[in-house]
Design a protein around this ligand. Structure first.
Ligand SMILES: *Cc1c(COP(=O)(O)O)cnc(C)c1O
Length: 390
């Protein structure tokens, strides 16, 4: 871009490249391959002597626009798009780690991320030590020994536990570990891990970046060297490429990302306060509330506490299910980051595979309900919760 435009401008314009037709909206280059006028041109592109696309597994104009807009948004030198958030996390982990390496990760992770660390990576000789993400002392102890990579989510799902990015990145740097942050719940708008010392930021673009529940996608924001030397060989040869169609949808999502996230966060704050005052709610987990253990840290490292919250109904699974089944506007779904508000019972869905004692340790009790707040009128959402709790 010709100037260092501010964030909302970058969300609309960054990375746009126009064909000679001069289309206003980003072109959807729905093509698997590319043709060359001369054999020499093909040779030059394959030898990387000439710029240009060769095959959409390796690069595509619409996907590239999405990557460049994400890098401009995150403030990273580079971004690499993938078919899903899990493809992004798999690429970062498998492209970085070697047999014998050690990972230190927070205990509270997205279910499939945890499976990668506990089930798949050990097959290749990589082991992971888990720590309680909110406990800086525990990170310090775990990082006294060498580690290749540090991985955490903040806020964590579904209890909204916070990790101190600056403190953990500082500890990790001393051991030479690569610091990877899954920033999905904070969104690229509300938290900037690279500025706090992280090396790599990963998103499931399926969530707020699309924001309308339409498609899967993932993206890795990183340095140019990391993309070129570590990621590109993995991505080229394993092929977790983002579809150009999904990249086009995600570019459209980015245009309204900040407006959507700010609005949903405002509503989430109002609903958190409503639930905190409700006699039939035994606890509300939301970093925007002063009672949340991560409240002070959220004020330091986030622009706002975000559109996800959770609460406890008391009365175990039966009461949580009764409340969920009475909701009419909030729909029961394991997804999050949609324009429609969604309610989840983590203990029986997203976190079902965790051993019961680990669920208790993480605060994922049977009466816990997670809410992903959407764009409906806040009063309608409040009334829906009110009626369900009655
Ligand atoms: C959804 C999600 C993922 C996985 O993303 P997919 O696009 O579903 O593959 C990873 N991390 C977090 C925190 C998520 O919410």
């Amino acid at each position: 871009m010709s100037r260092n435009w501010r964030r909302r401008t970058r969300l609309v314009h960054a990375g746009t490249e126009r064909t000679p037709w001069g289309e206003t909206s980003e072109v959807l280059a729905l093509t698997s391959g590319f043709v060359y006028d001369r054999a020499e041109t093909a040779e030059a592109r394959f030898a990387a002597r000439a710029e240009g696309y060769t095959y959409s597994r390796l690069g595509n104009p619409t996907v590239r626009m999405f990557e460049r807009r994400m890098a401009a948004l995150e403030g990273s030198e580079e971004a690499a798009a993938t078919a899903s958030g899990m493809a992004a996390l798999t690429a970062v982990l498998f492209a970085t780690l070697r047999a014998g390496d050690r990972v230190v990760a927070s205990r509270l992770l997205f279910g499939s991320t945890r499976e990668l660390l506990t089930e798949l990576l050990p097959r290749f000789g990589v082991r992971t030590d888990f720590v309680d993400g909110g406990d800086v002392e525990a990170w310090a102890r775990a990082l006294e020994r060498p580690a290749r990579l540090v991985l955490f989510e903040t806020p964590g799902n579904p209890t909204l536990e916070l990790v101190d990015i600056r403190a953990v990145a500082h500890l990790a740097r001393r051991t030479g570990a690569l610091v990877v942050v899954d920033n999905v719940l904070a969104t690229p708008v509300l938290q900037h891990p690279l500025r706090l010392g992280a090396d790599v930021v990963v998103y499931s673009a399926t969530k707020h970046i699309d924001g309308q529940g339409r498609c899967l996608g993932g993206v890795i924001c990183c340095s140019e060297a990391f993309r070129r030397d570590v990621l590109t060989p993995w991505l080229r040869h394993t092929g977790p490429s983002l579809s150009p169609f999904n990249a086009w949808v995600l570019l459209k999502g980015l245009e309204t990302l900040e407006l959507r996230v700010r609005q949903a966060t405002e509503t989430a704050g109002a609903l958190a306060r409503f639930l905190a005052d409700h006699p039939r709610v035994t606890a509300v987990l939301y970093p925007g509330l002063p009672c949340h253990p991560g409240h002070a840290l959220a004020r330091r490292q986030m622009e706002a506490p975000g559109p996800i919250l959770a609460f406890r109904t008391g009365g175990g699974k039966a009461r949580a299910f009764a409340v969920l089944d009475r909701l009419r506007l909030f729909r029961i779904s394991n997804n999050l980051g949609d324009a429609r508000s969604l309610a989840t019972h983590p203990a029986t869905t997203t976190h079902r595979r965790l051993p019961p004692e680990e669920r208790v340790r993480l605060g994922i009790t049977d009466d816990l309900i997670r809410l992903s707040v959407g764009l409906e009128d806040p009063e309608d959402l409040r009334e829906d919760l009110e009626e369900a709790l009655r």
